[in-house]
Design a protein around this ligand. Structure first.
Ligand code: MN
Length: 596
C-alpha cells in the first residue's frame, strides 16, 4: 500500500506532467477545445489508480508520457485523448463500450486499434511475425493514428526499458528494430525512427553499441571544433550571397553509423557523414543556390551529389546531399533542404495532424497508398514467410529511379529488371511484356536497370509470364503478380496435359476421351479420393497418377489395351498375349514386345 506521502509525491509528479502537456497543446493548437484531453486524463487517473510500472512509478506516468510524445508530434486532441486512454481497456476494468460512451466513436476506435496491436505477440518464429504484422498493417490503414500512438507507446517503453528483465528487454528491442523503427521510417518520421533505432541497438547489441559510441566520443571534440570552423566559413559564404538560411551540424545517429560500418565494411574514419551539416533554406531555389555556394567553397567528392528534391525517396524524403573536401583534406556531408522538407523528414506523416481539419496532403495520400498497397500484396500472398520477406524488402528500400518515356519516375528496388518496371506500370503490362528498350536500345529482359534509365516496355497481347521470370525479378510486387498468375494457370495447364494423356491412352482401348462418360470419370476420381473430374485430369497432368492406371478403371470390363505401338498397326495385334504385372507403378510389360 502506498503511503500518503508517496501518494502526494505521485500526484505532484503526474499533475506537473499533465500541466506541461496542456501547455504544449495550447501552444500548438491555440484554437482547439481541450476538454476531451482533460476528461481523458481524469478518466485514466481514476482507472489506473494504484497500478505501478516495473520502474515503481505510478502507472499513470506511462499514458501521460505517451500523450506528451504525441503532443510533441503536434497530434490532434483526439490522438492525445486516445494516448491517455491507450492502456485502459487492456489493463483496467474499463470496457470499449464505456470509452465509446464517454469519449465518442473516434477515440474509442483508436483505443480499440491500439489494444488490438498490443495483444499481438510478435513471437520469434517468422511465420507468427508475418501473420501478426499482417493484422497490424490492417489496423494501421484503418486509422493511421493507431500506429502513431503505438509508436509513441513503444518510444516511452524503450526509454524505460532498463527496468525490465533481460529476456523481455531483448524481445522488445528486437521487435522495435524489426517492426516499429521501419514503420516509422516508412511513414517518414525520422526523429522517432532515429531514437527507436538507437535505443533498440543498445539492448540488442550492447557491445557493438559501446564500440560505436566510444569511437564517436573519441572523435567528438575534434569533430565539433571542426564543424564550428566550417559552419563559420559557410555562414560567411551565405551572407555574401545574400541568402538567409539556418545552418546546423550534428553527429550521425549511432545505429546509422553501425549499419554503415557493417554494410560497407569500413572504419569509423571512413564514414563521410559522421559529422553532418544541414542547411535549411526558405525556398527550393535557395537550396540549389546553396549547393552552388558550397561547391564554390569546397571541392565536391565526385559521385556524392544526390538530388532527392527532384527525385524524392519513396518515403517522400527530400533534400540535396553533397560531400565536400576541405583544403586540409577533411571530408564531410552537407544536406540542404527547405523548412518544409525538414519538417516532413523529421515528423513525416505526423506533420499532417498539425492543421486541424486541413485537407490530407498529396504526400500523406501517397504514404497511405503505400500502406494500402502492402495490404493488397499480402492478399495475393498465401505464404506468411513470403509476406514477411515482401515487407522486409519494401521496408528497406535500396532503390533505382527510372523513367517512363513520358518522364514519370518509377522507383524500383536495386538491380530491378524491365519486367519489374513493367509490373510497376500495370499488371497486364507485366504479363504481356516481351522486350524492352533502355535509353532507346533493345535490352534482354534480365538487363539490370540503373538510376536515370528511360525504359520503354514492348508488349504483345496474349503473351504469358514465364516461370523463369521469378529468377530475374527483384521487386516483391512483380514476384507476387507472376506467382499469382502461374498458380492460377498451372491448374488449367495440368488439366490440358491430363486430357491429352488420357486421350492417348484411350486410343489403345480404341476409345476416346469423348466416349468416356462424365459420371464414369467422376467415379474414377472418387476412387482416388478426388471430388471433381478436373481434379483427376490435373492429377494425371501433374504426373501423380498414370493415365494407364486411370484408364484401366474406365475401360469397359474385360477390355485390354493394345500393345505399345499396336494402335498404329493392324487389328490382328489385339490377340497378342500380354500379362500385366502389378508393380509399384502398375507398369505393363508386354511379352514378345522386343521381337516386334
Ligand atoms: Mn502502453
Amino acid at each position: 500500500m502506498a503511503t500518503l506521502r508517496q501518494q502526494i509525491a505521485t500526484n505532484v509528479l503526474t499533475v506537473t506532467r499533465f500541466r506541461e502537456l496542456m501547455k504544449k497543446l495550447r501552444e500548438n493548437r491555440p484554437n482547439e477545445d481541450l476538454e476531451l484531453v482533460k476528461k481523458a486524463y481524469d478518466f485514466s487517473q481514476r482507472h489506473h489508480a494504484g497500478q505501478s510500472r516495473a520502474s515503481g512509478e505510478p502507472y499513470l506516468v506511462h499514458p501521460l508520457e505517451v500523450a506528451n510524445v504525441l503532443a510533441d508530434m503536434q497530434m490532434d486532441p483526439v490522438s492525445i485523448a486516445a494516448g491517455l486512454l491507450h492502456d485502459s481497456v487492456e489493463d483496467t476494468s474499463v470496457t470499449a463500450v464505456e470509452i465509446r460512451q464517454e469519449f465518442g466513436e473516434q477515440v474509442a476506435h483508436i483505443v480499440e486499434g491500439v489494444t488490438k496491436i498490443s495483444k499481438i505477440d510478435f513471437s520469434t518464429t517468422e511465420e507468427a511475425q508475418a501473420e501478426n504484422l499482417r493484422k497490424m498493417m490492417l489496423a494501421m490503414v484503418d486509422d493511421i493514428r493507431v500506429i502513431m500512438i503505438k509508436l509513441a507507446d513503444r518510444l516511452h517503453n524503450m526509454r524505460t526499458l532498463e527496468h525490465l528483465q533481460p529476456d523481455r528487454q531483448q524481445k522488445i528491442a528486437r521487435e522495435t528494430l524489426d517492426i516499429y523503427a521501419p514503420i516509422a521510417h516508412r511513414l517518414g518520421m525520422g526523429k522517432v525512427r532515429g531514437e527507436l533505432e538507437d535505443l533498440g541497438f543498445r539492448y540488442v547489441d550492447p557491445i557493438g553499441y559501446e564500440q560505436v559510441q566510444a569511437a564517436v566520443e573519441s572523435r567528438r571534440k575534434k569533430g565539433e571544433a571542426f564543424m564550428v570552423r566550417v559552419e563559420g566559413v559557410l555562414r560567411d559564404g551565405l551572407k555574401e550571397a545574400g541568402i538567409s538560411a539556418r545552418v546546423e551540424s550534428r553527429i550521425k545517429r549511432l545505429f546509422s553509423i553501425h549499419k554503415k560500418l557493417q554494410r560497407q565494411r569500413i572504419s569509423v574514419d571512413q564514414v563521410y557523414d559522421l559529422f553532418a551539416m544541414r542547411v535549411i533554406t526558405n525556398s527550393v531555389q535557395d537550396c540549389y543556390a546553396v549547393l552552388g555556394i558550397i561547391h564554390n567553397l569546397w571541392r565536391p567528392v565526385p559521385g556524392r551529389i544526390k538530388d532527392f528534391i527532384a527525385m524524392p525517396r519513396p518515403n517522400l524524403y527530400q533534400s540535396l546531399h553533397t560531400s565536400v573536401i576541405t583544403e586540409t583534406g577533411e571530408t564531410f556531408e552537407i544536406q540542404i533542404r527547405t523548412e518544409e522538407m525538414h519538417k516532413m523528414c523529421e515528423e513525416g506523416i505526423a506533420a499532417h495532424w498539425k492543421y486541424k481539419d486541413g485537407p490530407v496532403s498529396a504526400q500523406d495520400e501517397q504514404r497511405l497508398a503505400w500502406l494500402r498497397q502492402v495490404v493488397e500484396w499480402q492478399r495475393d500472398v498465401s505464404d506468411p514467410n513470403e509476406f514477411l520477406s515482401t515487407l522486409k524488402i519494401d521496408l528497406y528500400p535500396e532503390e533505382v529511379y527510372t523513367f517512363t518515356p513520358k518522364g514519370k519516375v518509377i522507383v524500383l528496388p536495386r538491380e530491378s529488371t524491365p519486367i519489374d518496371f513493367a509490373y510497376t506500370i500495370h499488371t497486364e503490362v507485366g504479363h504481356s511484356c516481351v522486350g524492352a528498350k533502355v535509353n532507346g536500345r533493345m535490352v534482354p529482359l534480365r538487363h539490370k536497370l540503373h538510376s536515370g534509365d528511360i525504359v520503354e516496355i514492348l508488349t504483345q497481347p496474349g503473351h504469358k509470364p514465364s516461370r523463369d521470370w521469378l529468377a530475374i525479378v527483384k521487386s516483391s510486387r512483380s514476384r507476387n503478380k507472376i506467382k499469382h498468375w502461374l498458380n492460377l494457370h498451372q491448374q488449367e495447364r495440368a488439366i490440358e496435359i491430363g486430357k491429352k494423356l488420357i486421350e492417348k491412352e484411350a486410343r489403345k482401348y480404341r476409345m476416346s476421351l469423348k466416349s468416356i462418360k462424365d459420371p464414369d470419370l467422376l467415379r474414377a476420381a472418387g476412387e482416388y479420393g478426388l471430388g471433381r473430374a478436373d481434379d483427376l485430369l490435373a492429377a494425371i497432368g501433374y504426373g501423380k497418377y498414370s493415365a494407364r492406371q486411370v484408364l484401366a478403371k474406365l475401360a469397359p470390363a474385360g477390355s485390354e489395351p493394345l500393345p505399345e505401338g499396336g494402335e498404329l498397326s493392324a487389328s490382328g495385334f489385339t490377340s497378342v498375349v500380354r500379362r500385366v504385372f502389378g508393380g509399384d507403378n502398375n507398369a505393363i510389360i508386354v511379352k514378345g514386345h522386343g521381337d516386334m
